[in-house]
Design a protein around this ligand. Structure first.
Ligand code: NDP
Ligand code: OXD
Length: 309
């Protein structure tokens, strides 16, 4: 079996070595060197060029190097009947949970306020509060949101989560569906977005949603740029409805140098750096699925194309 590796952002040498350590007989071809496309039965991809996967006549499985598959599903040439599996990697999950904790702690300890004071050379104390006084809401309580919620609970925060179906995570108040969204939002000090990008969630971080948060709430968007209505964020920061935002993902990546977010005093920008799939642990997940593909067992972490995640 040959596997095609195609990603503009991931190291093909490290991935090939990690895959071959576990499956020495696996032939890995690195885009654009396809060889005979008929040999390729599996593809491991991030942002593949449109049409690439459609050009592989014997493709049996598509493995996403990313946890989010929105860009893959947007490709009109995507082969319709080939199963897609998303990346669920313990190292990625851990680094995302850590990134969420980092930003929640930053807001909980008013670091954004102290940074603004420093720019004005203003010495003013804000006394620390106990963690349970900070209510954190996570939109999307899946692999990543669930892990982040558990870590926040372990640190003593008051944690709420919102998802399509109700969850049972110790210490986390679970809200489900659109009719419970307002009850989820009304008392949050920090809102974290870890939703997949789908037709139902595109533009969900908008003026109407911000208005349902307490005045002065902070926003952390680590999911996709298209969840956010950019003009509505600028307006909410200007009015004080939101006090600050941390953005790791953007409608256009890399974020263009002249984009106002770069220089906004109430926005922290990070370059899609919250978490990534590490070759060592990620290859283990991919090889388990290759083994299942060979033996005809059900694949892990299948994407439901109709649902969009
Ligand atoms: P999962 O599929 O495991 O979890 C998605 C969660 O979102 C589920 O709890 C799901 O609910 C919920 N959800 C989906 N649609 C809706 C909706 N319409 N209303 C309410 N809840 C909804 O995904 P992951 O946790 O693995 O990843 C989440 C996203 O994080 C990715 O899609 C990607 O965009 C982003 N990401 C960002 C990275 C970065 O570096 N910034 C790195 C990796 C991922 P239910 O459980 O009920 O189905
Ligand atoms: C993503 C990822 O989906 O980096 O953003 O895994």
């Amino acid at each position: 079996m040959a596997l095609l590796f195609a990603s503009p952002d991931d190291d093909p040498v490290a991935w090939t070595q990690a895959l071959k350590r576990r499956l020495p007989d696996l032939e890995v071809r690195v885009f654009p060197e396809l060889g005979d496309p008929r040999d390729i039965e599996a593809a491991l991809v991030w942002l593949p060029p449109s049409g690439l996967l459609a050009s592989l006549p014997n493709l049996k499985a598509i493995f996403s190097l990313g946890a989010g598959v929105d860009r893959l599903l947007e490709d009109p040439t995507l082969p319709p009947n080939v199963p897609i599996c998303r990346m669920v990697d313990p190292a990625l999950t851990r680094s995302m949970a850590e990134f969420v904790l980092l930003h929640v702690l930053r807001y909980h300890r008013d670091l954004d306020v102290f940074e603004a004071q420093q720019r004005r050379a203003e010495w003013r104390l804000h006394l620390p509060k106990p963690p349970e006084a900070t209510v954190v809401g996570i939109m999307g309580l899946g692999e990543l949101g669930g892990a982040a919620a558990r870590l926040l609970v372990a640190h003593g925060f008051t944690v709420k989560g919102w998802s399509r179906s109700r969850k049972e995570i110790p210490g986390v108040a679970s809200f489900a569906g659109v009719h419970e969204l307002d009850a989820f939002l009304h008392d949050l000090a920090v809102l974290v977005c870890l939703l997949p990008l789908t037709a139902a969630t595109r533009g969900i971080l908008n003026r109407a949603l911000f208005a349902k948060l307490p005045r002065g709430a902070r926003l952390v968007n680590l999911a996709r740029g298209a969840h956010l209505v950019e003009a509505d964020l600028i307006e909410a920061l200007a009015s004080g409805q939101l006090a600050h935002a941390t953005l790791d993902v953007f409608a256009t990546e890399p974020l263009p140098a002249d984009h106002p977010f770069w220089r906004h005093p109430k926005i922290t920008v990070t370059p899609h750096a919250a978490a990534y799939s590490a070759p060592e642990s990620g290859a283990q997940v991919v090889c388990e699925n290759l083994h299942r593909l060979r033996s005809g067992e059900p694949l892990l972490h299948r994407v439901d194309r109709a649902r969009g995640y």
